[in-house]
Design a protein around this ligand. Structure first.
Ligand code: DGP
Length: 211
């Protein structure tokens, strides 16, 4: 039986260069002839995603728990498509995933355990790359955007929760990269982490919250 595709999640703080790194990784995989599909969470194109988009732009208000569940539902509504692609041998790259859900909502003051609950049983990434950047370095790169959460104090808290999450996974499944460096150097590290997965995996897909 042929290998399934690898499931790669890229997480990162705002201003970490995550979008550029995801695009670079996708291009590299394609140039190597590896079938790849990119998902970006939140996916603002679905009915649920439109509600999330409106909330992030501060065009609507929602209870903290209600928006948390919408973010999670947005992942669940696409989980089946992700599983299907992986089973067909396609590598799936996610720009943000369940860990952002836990990090941002916990940073707002909700309990870590409560935030994690709706993410349990989602397909687990085979590896998560966390693009870490200090708030000082992020500031040097120019201001944050206008969306909700794009504030330095919030980013500090989010970073702390990401650090907490990282301690729950072994080094093979969670890799923290210093994203404050030159983008070429970060891209080289991203590739080094992803390259071993490019021939796919024979092992079954795991479920969150699997260490
Ligand atoms: P992005 O499109 O990558 O800039 O992400 C949009 C914003 O939403 C960003 O500030 C991070 C935040 N975010 C992403 N996923 C989640 C989530 O699941 N829950 C919460 N509360 N925030 C999230």
């Amino acid at each position: 039986m042929s290998n399934r595709g690898a499931f790669i999640a890229i997480e990162g703080l705002d201003r970490s260069g995550k979008t550029t790194q995801v695009a670079t990784l996708q291009a590299r995989l394609e140039s190597e002839g590896i079938p790849v599909k990119l998902f970006k969470f939140p996916d603002r194109t679905t009915a649920i995603g439109i509600m999330i988009d409106s909330y992030l732009r501060s065009q609507s208000e929602l209870d903290d728990r209600a928006i948390h569940l919408l973010f999670s539902a947005n992942r669940w509504e696409l989980a089946g498509a992700i599983e299907q692609l992986l089973a067909e041998g396609t590598t799936v790259v996610c720009d943000r995933y369940a860990f952002s859900g836990v990090a941002f909502s916990t940073a707002k003051g909700l309990s870590f355990e409560w935030c994690r609950s709706p993410e349990v049983s989602l397909p687990a990434p085979d590896v998560t790359l966390f693009l870490d950047i200090s708030p000082e370095k992020a500031r040097e790169r120019g201001g944050y955007g206008d969306e909700r959460y794009e504030k330095e104090e919030m980013q500090r808290k989010v970073r702390d929760v990401f650090r907490q999450i990282s301690t729950e996974f072994d080094e093979a499944r969670w890799v923290t990269l210093d994203a404050g460096r030159r983008r070429e150097d970060v891209a080289a590290d991203v590739w080094n982490c992803v390259q071993p997965f490019t021939s796919g995996l024979a092992s079954p897909l795991q479920r969150l919250w699997n260490k």
